[in-house]
Design a binder for this molecule. Structure first.
Ligand code: ACO
Length: 431
């Protein structure tokens, strides 16, 4: 027995289980042999107390509002880095040298075009399709054009991983822009070789055959920050999904397509879109937000963009994005927007209300990212797609971690079955 072992007493019998400690002092009881030794499993619906893996990528201390990627604080990265550099850091574990960054950025730049035949896929979808449904379908389809990157043969995929990672980061942006163009029945705009990652995205989104759109530097900076802040976030719903799918041996494209579907939900990435829908509903009803806050307290509504499973103090990404959004709104001269007024009022009310204070409910990153994207004229139904564009680098990093793990096991949780016990089958004419 070691002093740090955990002692379980089950039906009067004692069992010892080893404990683990992460590099930032996070403690865990290693219950991997629990069922074999005791016949019991742990029950933790929503996985709030379950470590599904060990990971070297991101660290969160929700009590203290800390987020770090590969040991670097999100504040430092937001101030001194950019999205592409952070993507490299997440995926390869280290900040790139100048040469590495140039090579990575060049691969991304040169990978922007979609296979020409893939363009025809867009024609098959109805314009009313949700962009997240399209994104998930098209990212999975993308793998079909690159069989050597999506063979479900791990050795081959790891050998070609650098190509696949850069290709996905590059093409998710082209696909995102094309989804918007298709939905609005606009002609497709091809990427340019002389534009940076975000400038190129906005060009594909807003240029016309007779007009070249050059986004303002401040707009590119704001979007760059938004992607950077969304790049990874430990074992959230979509990242866990990517890891789950990857653990079965599925390729990077299939795993990320599943992650996109997980992100779509309004409790997760879909919240940034839901925030704007909520603000519009409040505005249309003539409320300044006060009635909505009361409805949220009585369970009749949910304050979208508030609350977080892990952050119980504040969301450090929200703090950064709030400051940036204030500056950006100032520089764009937007101060009297009615939705913004409602958002500010909601925030002030909630932060001073016992219901929200007692439950440690603070604005999360999606509260402000919705506001930023709205101010930048990004169409509301593209908000969650923008989130996916940022998070794809974290998903790729997590896929790689699973794929490279020696003796990695398929993710396969247990359950507590609560359905009927064994029953005798009765033929249909006797029921
Ligand atoms: N508005 C009102 N009440 C809330 C909210 C909210 N946004 N969030 C939680 N609560 C209440 C719950 O009703 C519950 O109250 P109770 O104790 O009286 O039953 C209590 O706070 C605890 O909430 P849980 O649902 O247990 O919190 P959980 O950790 O399961 O959920 C979540 C976290 C999903 C983020 C939740 O706070 C929520 O739905 N927020 C709104 C959606 C949102 O903004 N999602 C984005 C999250 S960040 C991201 O994915 C990038």
């Amino acid at each position: 027995m070691s002093a740090s072992d955990a002692k379980f007493i089950i039906e009067g019998k004692e069992y010892l289980f080893p404990t683990l400690e992460g590099s930032e002092g996070e403690k865990a009881i290693d219950t991997r042999k629990l069922r074999a030794e005791t016949g019991y499993i742990t029950y933790d619906e929503g996985y709030g107390n379950t470590g599904s893996c060990s990971s070297d990528i991101s660290f969160i201390d929700g009590e203290q509002g800390i987020l770090r990627h590969r040991g670097y604080s999100i504040e430092d990265l937001a101030e001194k880095s950019n999205y592409i550099e952070v993507a490299h850091l997440l995926i390869y574990g280290e900040l790139p040298t100048k040469d590495q960054l140039q090579q990575f950025a060049e691969r991304i730049l040169l990978g922007a075009l979609l296979p020409e035949r893939m363009r025809h896929l867009f024609d098959g979808f109805p314009a009313a399709s949700h962009p997240m449904a399209l994104l998930s379908a098209l990212i999975n389809s993308l793998g079909c054009y690159y069989p050597h990157l999506s063979s479900n043969n791990r050795d081959e995929e790891l050998e070609n991983f650098d190509e696949a990672a850069a290709l996905l980061i590059s093409k998710v942006r082209t696909i995102a822009a094309m989804i918007y163009r298709m939905k609005h029945r606009l002609p497709m705009i091809y990427p340019r070789r002389d534009m940076g990652y975000i400038q190129n995205f906005l060009h594909m989104l807003f240029s016309e055959p007779y007009y070249e759109h050059f986004a303002h530097d401040d707009v590119c900076k704001a979007l760059n920050l938004m992607l950077l802040l969304h790049a990874d976030h430990e074992q959230n719903c979509s990242t866990s999904t990517v890891r789950m799918v990857a653990s079965g041996g599925a390729n990077l494209f299939a795993s990320i397509s599943a992650g996109i579907s997980a992100l779509w939900g309004p409790l997760h990435g879909g919240a940034n879109m839901a925030v704007i829908d909520m603000l519009k509903t409040i505005h249309a009803s003539g409320d300044d937000g006060s009635k909505f806050v009361e409805d949220a307290k009585s369970g009749k509504a949910k304050l979208m963009g508030f609350g977080h499973r892990v952050y119980k103090n504040y969301d450090p990404r929200a703090k950064i994005i709030k400051e940036a959004s204030n500056k950006m709104l100032d520089s764009l001269g937007i101060q009297d927007d009615p939705l913004l007024d409602i958002a500010r009022h909601l925030e002030e009310q909630a932060l001073n209300d016992d219901y929200f204070v007692e439950r440690k409910l603070y604005p999360n990153v999606d509260f402000y990212s919705g506001i930023i994207l709205q101010a930048l004229n990004i169409p509301t139904d593209m908000f969650t797609v923008m989130f996916a564009m940022g998070r794809i680098s974290g998903w790729i990093a997590n896929w790689k971690e699973v794929a490279e793990k020696e003796k990695g096991r398929i993710y396969r949780p247990r359950q507590v079955y609560t359905g009927p016990q064994l029953r005798e089958f009765v033929a249909i004419d006797k029921r």
